[in-house]
Each structure stands twice: as C-alpha cells, then as structure tokens.
Design a binder for this molecule. Structure first.
Ligand code: SAH
Ligand code: DHB
Ligand code: MG
Length: 222
C-alpha cells in the first residue's frame, strides 16, 4: 500500500470533517510536552467516535484509557449539556494533563477523569449499580480487552454501543500463533465479541495516519 497517498487522503478527509482547532492542538501539544506516548486516535477517528455518540444519542459515555484527553474531547463534544463522560486512567500524570485539556475544552462540567485501574473502577461501578452507559470506548491496555468487554456488558443497556480501538494491529492478528501477548489478547477479544449472542458486531479496517489497524463496533441487542 502507498502510505503516502493514504496519509494525504486522511489529511483531505480531516480537512473536510475534522479540522484541528486550538483546543485539540493544545491537547496534543501538552500531551507531547508531558512526554506521553503519541497514541491518541487520529482526527478522523475522533470524528467517527463523535458521530457514533450522536447516532445513538449518547447521554452517558464511558472511556477506558484517557491519555491526554484527545478522544475524550471528541466524545465529550457529542454530549448534551446534561450529559456525562467518565474516563478511566491509571497514570496520575496523564489524568492531570487530561483534566487541564478538558477544562480548556469547556467540558469540565460533563467529563470526569477517574484515576485507577480501569477494571477495578468498572467493577466498583457495577457493584454500585451505576446507571448504564450509552457508549463505551475501549482504548487502554490490550491485554485486558476481554475483561473490559465483559465488564462493559454489565454497564450497558440494549442499544448501547461498544467501540474498541486497535483490533487489527497492522494485520498482526492474522498470525494464529503469535507469541505477542497483546496480539493474542486482541485475537481472543475479537473472537469473543463476534461470538457473543448479546451483541451485534462488526470490525472496520482503518487506514490513515495511524497506519493499518481496525476498530470494533458493536451494539447491545434489544
Ligand atoms: N483514548 C486516548 C488514548 C488512550 S492510550 C486517545 O485516543 O486520546 C491508553 C491509555 O490507557 C494510557 O494513557 C494508559 O496509561 C492507560 N491505561 C493503560 N492500562 C490501564 C489500566 N489498566 N487502567 C487504566 N488506564 C490504563
Ligand atoms: C498503541 C496503543 C493505542 O491505543 C493505539 O491507538 C496505538 C498504539 C500502543 O500501545 O502501541
Ligand atoms: Mg488506541
């Protein structure tokens, strides 16, 4: 594949539907300045999350893996004024940078960054009988994707949407006997998602500035 052409097309699409603004640019800059890995979703992927949240009329969103708040801003901007996004992050420094960025985005009133291990925080929400989320975005450590899926199912309602990033990994998932724990975990997540009778799922190959990867998108059956 011609990665240069793919990048040019991605920039073309972003210029049309996901142009950078000062808040998004500052978010990426402060994240880079803080020495965080630059593994946020691309602008066009951020816009996809935004559109999906609007499509299902999301009022409550759960994000697993905050980093500097880039994808949280795309999701948060799809919420109504009384909506809520809870985003889970175990690195205190990431959470701190993200909070400042969400504040700059004018979303501090509807986005809450919770610091801790995501699975532990999800179990706490399950135990507390937390109101279901309309959309869950899974984007933290790949080894835990299966556990995040099972926990998310207990935090969603019929019609809720679950989106998971990085489920193709440049095609690494094709290698049936990959020694990589992250690849094995993603393979098992993809198989579990596809086979689970509680959801209707698809996986979209994604090409663009982040290279070849994929996003899983599933809806909880009514
Ligand atoms: N969604 C972000 C990118 C997230 S990167 C965006 O697109 O802008 C993944 C994040 O998950 C990192 O910040 C990492 O610190 C966090 N993370 C990894 N393992 C975690 C865990 N077990 N619990 C909570 N957060 C975790
Ligand atoms: C990695 C993680 C991500 O969430 C991503 O979108 C890209 C790369 C990583 O851990 O390498
Ligand atoms: Mg990702």
């Amino acid at each position: 594949m011609d990665q240069e052409l793919i990048n040019t097309i991605d920039h073309y699409i972003a210029g049309l539907v996901a142009p950078a603004d000062e808040v998004l640019e500052t978010t990426l800059q402060t994240s880079a300045d803080a020495g965080m890995p630059q593994i946020h979703v691309s602008p066009v992927q951020g816009k996809l999350l935004h559109v999906l949240a609007l499509l299902n009329g999301a009022r409550r969103i759960l994000e697993i893996g905050t980093l500097g708040g880039y994808s949280a801003i795309w999701l948060g901007r799809a919420l109504p004024a009384d909506g809520q996004l809870i985003t889970l992050e175990h690195a205190a420094r990431h959470a701190e940078v993200a909070r400042a960025n969400l504040e700059r985005a004018g979303l501090a009133d509807r986005v809450e960054v919770r610091v801790g291990d995501a699975l532990t925080l999800m179990q706490q929400m399950i135990d507390a009988g937390t109101e279901p989320f309309d959309l869950v975005f899974v984007d933290a450590d790949k080894e835990s994707y299966r556990d995040y899926f099972q926990a998310a199912l207990q935090l969603m309602r019929p019609g809720s949407v679950i989106v998971a990033d990085n489920v193709i990994r440049r095609g690494a998932v094709l290698e049936a006997t990959s020694p990589e724990p992250t690849v094995q975990a993603i393979q098992q997540f993809n198989a579990a998602l596809a086979a689970d009778p509680r959801v209707t799922a698809t996986i979209m190959q994604t090409v663009g500035v982040k290279g070849l990867d994929g996003m899983a998108i599933a809806v909880v059956n009514r």
